[in-house]
Design a protein around this ligand. Structure first.
Ligand code: ARG
Length: 483
């Protein structure tokens, strides 16, 4: 039948849409990725129609069996959909009607594509989100393990990309991981708990449908959505999902920039293994961090998708508008980008090797421990501002004399302030400075181990989200439904 004719009546006009416009307005290309979700939504709907007596049990059984057969084909990527329909939803209904005739025509009872689309999208977000959360949690767990191997690495932390204070490698990796975990929690929290099915076109149905049953079959723990008019125009879940995905991409982009910078000859903090390095087609000497540059660039797609979705829903009237069809590319497209970037960092990070000597050298002149020296004076009872000023004088004098801070003798230092005794000057040792910062969230060893344990515990809990209903579990539940 495929000619874009299912959703047309005498009122629409019998002639059909201009083929070029039908093709141009079709969302098939963008929503074909929702075939499995759509089929399961229909299978749950058919089951409910049979259960409530809106169609006969025999018809419901036929529809359900046929739909589950289509689902199996879609799972194996062998589902052949007719072309020439407005979207994947019409294509599937057309396939069904071709096969089942009048029985197929009963499927759309008490349903609109508006609630159908939203149901399929939520199923997509729910299952894709679960996989991404697992991937991100696994990355955090592997970074935590790496952090434990970098406890003795000392390198500068930066503010304004100027050397600031010494930290441990474990602390730096824990910092990246904390950002990734925070974004992952945001993703895990995206609310897709309610089922849109049964909202209809915009105001529900006069038929005796059972929305609670379809919500249950499809695994929506929150039950049916609360207001049909809101439901058909609501894409907040798409936005939240795309934003949370983008937060992960942003966190990865910042890690990427550190690796890119640290691999330059200017820093020389890390060496990239051959297995993750790219060359130049012209410059024979090059060993480039392309993988991390591409991890960084991927965030731009996420940002673009969030902005596109926000501008899409901005100012839409209550209810459904066809504009909403253009949510598909951003909603379906962002997940694979995040999955790809997470996978790339997971593969590449073990090939990033820190140069311990170069890292330590960057904090060995003492200047990054100036605050630690001031704090040593504070421990002797000096007000911080006075200590800060005294150390500032010392730093300036060393710079003027072309000397490092750490090379000043006790006698020299004492000419600036009697408090600069040997015990205080020991604070300039970077290893000591790192070890001394045991405040909560600090770079001291015990503090960092606490951070790593917390990251590990939270990432492990998030990893268990993969127990969230999969599409296959939904299909099995519908197949097992007794009638
Ligand atoms: N392809 C459309 C979409 O995905 C289907 C919904 C069309 N609804 C309608 N009332 N015309 O949004």
């Amino acid at each position: 039948m495929a000619s874009g004719s299912i959703a047309r009546t005498a009122a629409t006009g019998d002639g059909g849409m201009i083929p070029e416009l039908l093709a141009w307005s079709s969302s098939m290309e963008d929503d074909v990725g929702l075939a499995r979700e759509d089929i399961l939504g229909s299978a749950a709907h058919a089951t409910m129609l049979g259960e409530t007596g809106l169609i006969s049990r025999e018809d419901a059984k036929l529809l359900r069996e046929e739909l589950l057969g289509l689902y199996a084909q879609a799972e194996k990527s062998v589902l052949a959909l007719p072309s020439g329909e407005e979207d994947v939803h019409m294509a599937i209904e057309s396939l069904l009607t071709d096969k089942l005739g009048d029985v197929g025509k009963r499927l759309h009872t008490a349903r609109s594509r508006n609630d159908q689309v939203s149901t399929a999208l939520r199923l997509h977000v729910r299952t894709r989100r679960a996989r991404l959360v697992v991937l991100a949690a696994e990355l955090v767990l592997s970074l935590v393990e790496r952090a434990r191997a970098e406890k003795d690495l000392i390198l500068p932390a930066y503010t304004h990309r100027q050397r600031a204070q010494p930290v441990s490698g474990a602390f730096l990796i824990a910092a990246w991981s904390t950002g990734i975990l925070r974004a992952t929690k945001r993703l895990a929290d995206v609310d897709v708990s309610e089922c849109p099915l049964g909202a209809g076109a915009c105001s529900g149905s006069s038929l005796g449908i059972d929305r609670t049953l379809t919500a249950k079959l499809l695994g929506f723990p929150g039950g049916p959505t609360k207001n049909a008019l809101d439901t058909v125009g609501d894409r907040d879940f798409s936005l939240d999902y795309t934003y949370a995905c983008t937060r992960i991409l942003l966190a990865l982009s910042r890690l990427a920039t550190d690796i890119i910078d640290y691999s330059t000859s200017e820093f020389r903090f890390v060496k990239l293994g051959d297995a993750i390095s790219a060359g130049s087609s012209m410059m024979p000497q090059k060993k480039n961090p392309d993988i991390f540059e591409l991890v960084r660039s991927k965030a731009s797609f996420g940002v673009g998708n969030v902005v596109q979705l926000m501008t899409l829903v901005r100012g839409l009237h209550a209810g459904y508008s066809r504009d909403l069809q253009d949510d598909r590319r951003a909603t379906l497209g962002t997940g694979p980008i995040v999955g790809g970037a997470l996978g790339a960092v997971m593969l590449a990070f073990p090939h990033v090797k820190f140069d311990k000597v170069a890292c330590l050298r960057a904090v060995s002149d003492g200047s990054t421990q100036a605050t630690d020296l001031a704090e040593a004076l504070v421990r002797q009872g000096m007000p911080f501002r006075d200590a800060y000023k005294a150390v500032g004088k010392l730093v300036s004098a060393a710079t003027d004399a072309n000397r490092t801070l750490i090379s000043l003798t006790e006698a020299e230092a004492k000419t600036f302030h009697p408090a600069f005794n040997e015990a205080a000057l020991r604070a300039l040792d970077p290893v000591r400075a790192v070890a001394a910062k045991e405040s909560i969230g600090g770079t001291g060893a015990a503090s960092v181990e606490g951070q790593l344990l917390a990251l590990e515990a939270e990432a492990t809990i998030l990893r268990e989200l993969h127990t969230t209903d999969t599409l296959r579990a939904v299909a099995e539940r519908i197949a097992d439904y007794p009638n």
